[in-house]
Design a protein around this ligand. Sequence first.
Ligand SMILES: [Zn+2]
Length: 207
Amino acid sequence: MGALNLNTMKRVCKKCGVEKEIEEFVKNKACPFERERTCKECRNKRERARDNISEKHKEYYKLNKDHIKISNKKRYELNKESISLSRRTKEYRAKAKIWKRKEYIKNKERIDNRNKVYALENKDKISKHAQEYWENNKVMLHAKQKLQNQKNRDELRDTYVKDQIRRVFSIPTKTIYEYPDLIENYRQQIKVKRLLKTKKDESNETS
Ligand SMILES: [Zn+2]
């Protein structure tokens, strides 16, 4: 089935089983005889059915929005603990990050707009909340920042190297970021300095 009849230049559709002219099959280089196995008519039917389903889903969602939201929330509340546990894994976070990024790119304008409107409408609430959060978590936030700084320093991250360049050469941050080579070169310099220092310390210890 599906083979081309060379006498009539006709072929049987895989879906409806009707023998049809070769032109009735969509061109596709990956298929035998470079034509798809289902006829155009069947193909169109399939596509329409697919559209119908997604239209129906949309329609259903619209009609049952409140109900769906409530039941989703209920389900979330029931499984809150196990969900939050599973979301705490590194893998999940990495996946979520990629997914979020994709969604953001897809809906950039809408999301930016929504955030802007939200920020404007809730200006006081947001700044009050931020202040409260800071007051309540001062000690923890300080410690966290300290740890982060330490990490930046140990791993010679861009932000640390940038700060060093700014301090030593008094170059503004903006300019530093315009020349990424600056950061990379200075990072290497610091590495060499550190290496020399450890060597020196080592030899001091032995002598
Ligand atoms: Zn067909």
